[in-house]
Design a protein around this ligand. Structure first.
Ligand code: NDP
Length: 286
């Protein structure tokens, strides 16, 4: 990588950031497309987020990704928020447009591209079950509702969080049937067996733990399973689902697709489909 006096700076704001695959993916894309730019991880603690955002302005940083725990906290610090990101209530990509910091959410668009491409999911008229009710769930729910699914049921450990999320979404998507369900309630197994797409948006599996609230034996054979947890090999959920011959995949494709969408927002260059996923899979083999 050779930098010049005109090199553009991009980066990632988060805590932690050391594990992130984004610097690898984005720098590969810049190099492949001969763009004079570099992407660096910025380890930003929550009490320094405001100063970090001021720093982006002062240093003319061209754009950043935002990750845990700043995706929601950064909203009031930006100049403008894209309407989908506003509805989701979270920003994972910031574009510095001539000094104005504009927030977007490419987790949502990345998720939808990944389920369409990798699982051949066609949202129109489908019944979806989302496990979890955090930021990742909000991104999935908004993009699935906008794409025309028939129903979205949200199951969460703390069911009040699922209920709150649903009450916020209902006014925006009146043609979608929303419901919250408790993992311990009888209705849960009924919803599970009817779902066309089941998405794990919880953080369970991140450290190799099994999901004990998703009894795969109740899922219909045609259902698709998406695990937002990503791995360069397999996640525990995907390992179990594959053993039962269920159609499933994990979040590496979403990670790659959200990165491709961020790259497009920053540079105007649309990477070929699967560009970053392919790169990550190759990097794993090295
Ligand atoms: P949040 O912290 O906002 O939400 C975490 C969710 O997990 C909550 O619903 C929480 O339930 C649930 N949860 C945590 N521990 C347990 C448990 N032991 N049992 C049951 N439920 C549990 O995180 P995000 O929504 O931002 O992210 C969730 C996951 O999605 C992360 O692990 C992240 O890696 C992944 N992700 C992947 C992306 C990709 O590109 N592949 C992009 C974005 C996120 P409760 O509300 O009850 O606490």
């Amino acid at each position: 990588m050779s930098l010049s006096g005109k090199s553009q700076i991009y980066g990632l704001l988060g805590d932690p950031v050391a594990h992130s695959l984004s610097p690898l993916m984005q720098n590969h894309a810049f190099q492949t497309h001969h763009i004079d730019a570099v992407y660096v991880p910025f380890h930003v603690l929550s009490n320094h987020l405001q100063a970090a955002v001021s720093g982006l302005r002062a240093l003319h940083v061209a754009g950043v990704n935002v990750t845990i725990p700043h995706k929601e906290a950064i909203l009031p610090l930006l100049d403008q928020i894209d309407s989908a990101a506003q509805l989701i209530g979270a920003v994972n990509t910031v574009v510095n447009q001539a000094g104005a910091l504009i927030g977007y959410n490419t987790d949502a668009s990345g998720f939808m591209r990944a389920v369409r491409q990798e699982l051949d999911f066609k949202p129109e008229g489908r019944d979806v079950l989302l496990l979890g009710a955090g930021g990742a769930c909000r991104a999935a729910a908004v993009t699935l509702a906008a794409a025309g699914v028939k129903s979205i049921v949200i199951a969460n450990r703390h069911s009040s969080r699922a209920e709150k999320l649903i009450s916020e979404l209902i006014p925006h998507f009146i043609s979608v049937q929303f419901a919250a369900v408790d993992y311990n309630h009888n209705d849960y197994l009924e919803v599970l067996s009817a779902a066309d797409l089941i998405v794990n948006t919880t953080s369970v599996g991140l450290h190799g733990e099994e999901i004990n609230f998703l009894p795969l034996e109740h899922i219909k054979g045609s259902a698709l399973i998406y695990d937002m947890i990503y791995s360069l090999s397999e996640t525990p959920l995907i390992k179990s689902a594959r053993a039962m011959r269920l159609l499933c995949t994990h979040g590496l494709g979403m990670l790659a697709a959200q990165g491709e969408d961020a790259f497009f927002l920053w540079t105007g260059v649309r990477l070929p489909t699967g560009f970053m996923r392919q790169f990550l899979l190759q990097a794993k083999c090295k």
